[in-house]
Design a protein around this ligand. Structure first.
Ligand code: FAD
Length: 281
């Protein structure tokens, strides 16, 4: 953890672009409630294959109009160089200085991977096209990316993203802090010293958590699963337990020297802001 302790802490919140009028109102409420916490940036997800291109842009505009820093995610799978170039130009015009560069996953039914196969190629392209204009974040997987051949090759590919020009990384969420410490130490042994900020998924909904975790390869430890099962449909107990578990994880990570936290908000202020308050940030 030594290389991580040297970095200033960065806190950020992630949104997804709302799909309906109602969802848009909920997003604006969350943004209004989280903005006073003064995070370094609000990031906005991007549907693989460009499916949310316009909505991501709209959401970024909304964040920028309220004088907050925005970090759009940009996933490259299924995209052309020209398409990515256009998006980068639009973000530059909007004054965006921060991008989360990802591969994404091909939506089912889509077979053409387009001009990019891996996130490292996107990072290299952004650097070649725009120099140092953007601070580039990439994804990291302390519990290993679900499609990785092995932990070693996954780490090697992470190193390629750093070599291609990534400035910092945000992890997939996890509930085993040791996985993060091992990952960061393995990076350090390879000479990787960029900030690797833990991604935090507040626990609020049992079924949704299991569904997300199955898809992204995050492990929900047995004791957490069993406790959640025991609460059944008692939403208040799940919320209360989830806040306790997630707050304890955040406190432990920060005490160990993690260089900040990135909250997956799912467009709701409450869980992240309660954790924030409890941590005394
Ligand atoms: P990569 O770094 O390219 O890695 C993908 C896989 O390929 C890994 O298994 C890696 O080991 C392997 N690999 C990499 N390079 C090579 C190589 N040269 N040869 C062989 N194998 C290689 N998805 C979205 O669609 N939109 C989002 O907005 C979004 N936001 C995210 C934010 C964060 C913080 C995180 C952690 C994930 C996010 N994702 C998002 C999910 C992400 O797109 C998926 O996890 C995707 O499967 C991998 O993306 P990546 O950028 O990590 O890919």
């Amino acid at each position: 953890m030594e290389s991580q302790k040297r970095h200033a802490r960065v806190f950020s919140f992630e949104f997804f672009p709302p799909k309906s009028e109602e969802a848009s109102v909920a997003f604006k409420v969350a943004l209004t409630q989280l903005a006073p916490l003064n995070p370094r940036f609000f990031s906005v997800t991007f549907g693989a294959g460009g499916s949310t291109r316009e909505r991501t842009l709209e959401t970024v505009r909304e964040i920028r109009e309220r004088q907050n820093a925005a970090a759009p995610h940009l996933s490259c799978i299924g995209s052309t160089r020209e398409g990515i170039r256009e998006i980068l130009a639009t973000y530059k015009e909007l004054g965006v200085r921060h991008i989360v560069a990802l591969r994404g996953d091909l939506p089912s039914g889509m077979v053409d991977p387009g001009d990019f196969r891996y996130a490292s190629e996107l990072v290299r392209f952004i650097r070649a096209e725009t120099g140092d204009h953007f601070h580039i974040e990439v994804a990291a997987y302390p519990e290993v990316h679900p499609q990785a051949v092995s932990a070693e090759t996954d780490l090697m590919h992470f190193q390629e993203k750093v070599a291609a020009g990534a400035n910092s990384a945000i992890t997939q969420y996890f509930y085993n802090a040791d996985a993060y410490y091992w990952f960061v130490d393995a990076c350090e042994a390879l000479g990787i010293s960029i900030p690797i900020v833990p991604g935090i998924m507040p626990i609020t909904n049992h079924r949704q958590l299991l569904r997300f975790s199955e898809a992204c390869g995050a492990e929900v430890p047995r004791w957490i699963r069993r406790r959640l099962e025991g609460f059944g449909d008692d939403a208040e107990s799940i919320r209360s337990f989830g806040l306790d578990v997630t707050t304890a994880l955040c406190a432990e990570l920060l005490a160990a020297g993690a260089p900040g936290l990135h909250f997956y908000t799912l467009n709701r202020a409450a869980p992240s802001s309660v954790i924030w308050e409890r941590l005394g940030l």
